[in-house]
Ligand binder design. Structure first.
Ligand code: ADP
Ligand code: MG
Length: 612
């Protein structure tokens, strides 16, 4: 006996749109039907594990897709829970979900309805009508006392249900394809689509008798079941990389979100190798059904070198890309997995220091970018930074945490010095006070690092301070033959300020110098000299930027200064030349001398003077 049913009004409205206005992305109906099959199998597995009896329990759990070019058919069969008569009516004839009204409104309002919205509101089944003139659903529930049923519809008006004998447990959906949709009877085309969207579905998918999804989401299996080769194979598949990955993180979480995730760090940073900017290669799945390939919003930008898969059951299946961008759920997911990955890196640095060192060599720029850009993770990223240090051997780098452990109790800040090389740092006038006080200084050589320090500002309660800006003095300096008294030094300072005129901002007596006669300090102490220099260089050409004036600090214990104080009264022209040269020398030491050639004439004059 054939029963005739009418679609609920909303369903009919929906079907009209699906049939008459959706022309692009039709291939997604395969994804929708396969994922329904996978859902049904998942439910069956659940029923089984709960200890319930299942009709035809011997039938293996799988999905079969078959195509028939002659008859113009495609069928999708699963051996899942199946549907009873009332479930067929309820699930395929009414919109049960509350969001469906909103969905309909959106579809009707859109000039070009967005087909990707289809799955979002739990109406994926109807995508079958995009490509089929007739759809029939043969279904047999897993409940032993139920019967088999056939549901059929052409999508216009209503559907029919009749009893069907010889239906195996599960559901078989047969689509009679429209003339213009014949491509979906071609095996290679269907295979391509299955591989694209459903390659990691947890159940076997066979196409015309052959297994298609050979890589069933390994991230959702338990760690001790997975062989090393399988991990590598999955990496080369997803990362398109023949080499082995440098690091791997496989983690599962239940709270605050259900997440199964497998992440890889490639052996090489392609951006450094001069390739284009990397794009995240992490796919987003919901229960092993692909939701978004290369999901952009899954991780912050600075983690764009990652490859792998993130699977969360908590995501609505087939959420559209646009709504994904600003979904609070995505933000939450992003935060959870990013935090977890940073923690993983921190752990690795302890457990696998060599691997971490390699990682740092390749990817430190990304971490630094994170510190500058990503406020949320700034502090924890600080833990991952590594720097050369004045107290460590050349090849060894320190973390900020280890630096703090070595700090003497009276030392307040963490000090750093940016110079082109370690040798320059060790002979820098800015370093003298630290050497004298035996304070450790981080030696930075990447110009980025100054920005990093400026953004990080504080680590574990300790302020990060540029050596140049440190407010320190040498305690109990070594005895010298002769020195200027503080008053004499002050007078000399006043004379220098007057003689050098506009070339310096302020002249002060310094208590931080040991071996250098003078040093320049950026006048507003906001930036280090080298940073100001860099900013200046970044300014467009031709801008008439006035010379940068520094403060000059003088060392009253230095023999040159003692002598200078004498000759300024006896040979003023020579004293002036010496002063100018001292200023230039200090600029060279600070790395801010624009053109050292400009001092050569003066230097030669001075040499002539010496040789007289
Ligand atoms: P959703 O999958 O988001 O719930 P669909 O429109 O894809 O929305 O499917 C509607 C409902 O129909 C499903 O929730 C499920 O109860 C039922 N259904 C669809 N396909 C199958 C299937 N192959 N086996 C069992 N039930 C199914
Ligand atoms: Mg569905």
């Amino acid at each position: 006996m054939v029963e005739k049913h009418v679609f609920q009004a909303e369903i009919q409205q929906l079907l009209n749109i699906v049939i008459h206005s959706l022309y692009t992305d039709k291939e997604i109906f395969i994804r929708e039907l396969v994922s329904n099959g996978a859902d049904a199998l998942e439910k069956l597995r659940f029923v089984q594990t709960a200890g319930n009896t299942v009709f035809q329990s011997e039938i293996p759990l799988k999905i079969e897709v078959s195509t028939d070019e002659k008859e113009n058919l495609i069928t999708i069969t699963d051996t899942g829970v199946g549907m009873t008569h009332s479930e067929l009516v309820e699930n395929l004839g009414t919109i049960a979900h509350s969001g469906s009204k909103a969905f309909l409104q959106k579809l009707t309002a859109d000039k070009k309805p967005d087909v990707s919205l289809i799955g979002q509101f739990g109406v994926g089944f109807y995508s079958a009508f995009m490509v089929a003139s007739k759809v029939s659903v043969d279904s047999r529930s897993y409940l032993a006392e139920e019967k088999g049923w056939r549901w059929t519809s052409d999508g216009a008006g209503g559907y029919e249900i009749e009893e069907a004998s010889d239906v195996a447990r599960g559901t078989k959906i047969t689509l009679v394809l429209k003339e213009e949709c014949k491509e979906f009877t071609e095996g290679w085309r269907v295979e391509e689509i299955i591989k694209k969207y459903s390659n990691f579905v947890a159940f076997p998918i066979e196409l015309n008798g052959t297994l298609v999804n050979t890589k069933q989401g390994i991230w959702s299996r338990s760690k001790n079941e997975i062989k090393e080769e399988e991990y590598d194979e999955f990496y080369s598949y997803i990362g398109h990389d023949k080499e082995k990955p440098l690091m791997r993180l496989h983690f599962n979480a239940d709270a605050p979100l259900a997440i199964q995730s497998l992440l890889y760090v490639p052996g090489r940073n392609l951006e450094v190798m001069g390739m284009a900017r990397s794009e995240s290669d992490v796919n987003l799945y919901c229960r092993r059904v692909l939701i978004e390939p290369k999901a952009k919003t899954l991780f912050p930008e600075w983690l764009r070198f990652l490859k792998g898969a993130v699977d969360s059951e908590d995501l609505p299946l087939n959420i559209s890309r646009e709504s994904m961008q600003d979904s609070t759920l995505m933000q939450k997911l992003n935060k959870v997995i990013t935090t977890r990955f940073i923690k993983f890196l921190d752990d690795q640095s302890e457990k696998q220091p060599e691997t971490y060192t390699k990682f740092y060599k390749e990817y430190s720029r990304f971490l630094k970018e994170g510190v500058v850009i990503d406020y949320t993770h700034r502090e924890s990223l600080g833990k991952l930074l590594r720097y050369d240090s004045s107290v460590l051997a050349k090849e060894v780098q320190t973390s900020l945490a280890d630096y703090i452990k070595r700090m003497p109790s009276e030392q307040k800040d963490i000090y750093y010095l940016l110079t082109p090389s370690r040798a320059t740092a060790e002979t820098s006038p800015y370093y003298e006070v630290f050497a004298a006080r035996k304070y450790e200084v981080l030696f930075l050589s990447d110009p980025w690092d100054e920005f990093v320090m400026e953004h990080l500002r504080v680590f574990d309660g300790k302020t990060l301070t540029a050596a140049e800006k440190a407010d320190l003095s040498v305690e109990n300096p070594d005895k010298v033959e002769s020195e200027l008294s503080p008053e004499e030094a002050k007078e000399l300072g006043a004379w220098l300020k007057e003689s050098l005129g506009g070339k310096v901002n302020e002249v002060r007596v310094s208590e931080r110098l040991v071996g250098s006669p003078v040093v320049v300090i950026d006048k507003d102490k906001m930036l280090t000299s080298s940073m100001r220099q860099m900013l200046k260089r970044m300014k467009p050409e031709g801008g008439d930027e006035p010379e940068i004036n520094h403060d000059l600090e003088i060392n009253r214990r230095h023999s040159v200064m003692v002598r200078l104080n004498v000759i300024r009264k006896t040979n003023a022209p020579l004293a002036l030349k010496v002063s100018e040269q001292l200023l230039d020398n200090a600029k060279v030491a600070a790395g801010v001398m624009e053109d050292p050639r400009s001092m050569l004439a003066r230097l030669n004059d001075l040499l002539a003077e010496v040789l007289k």
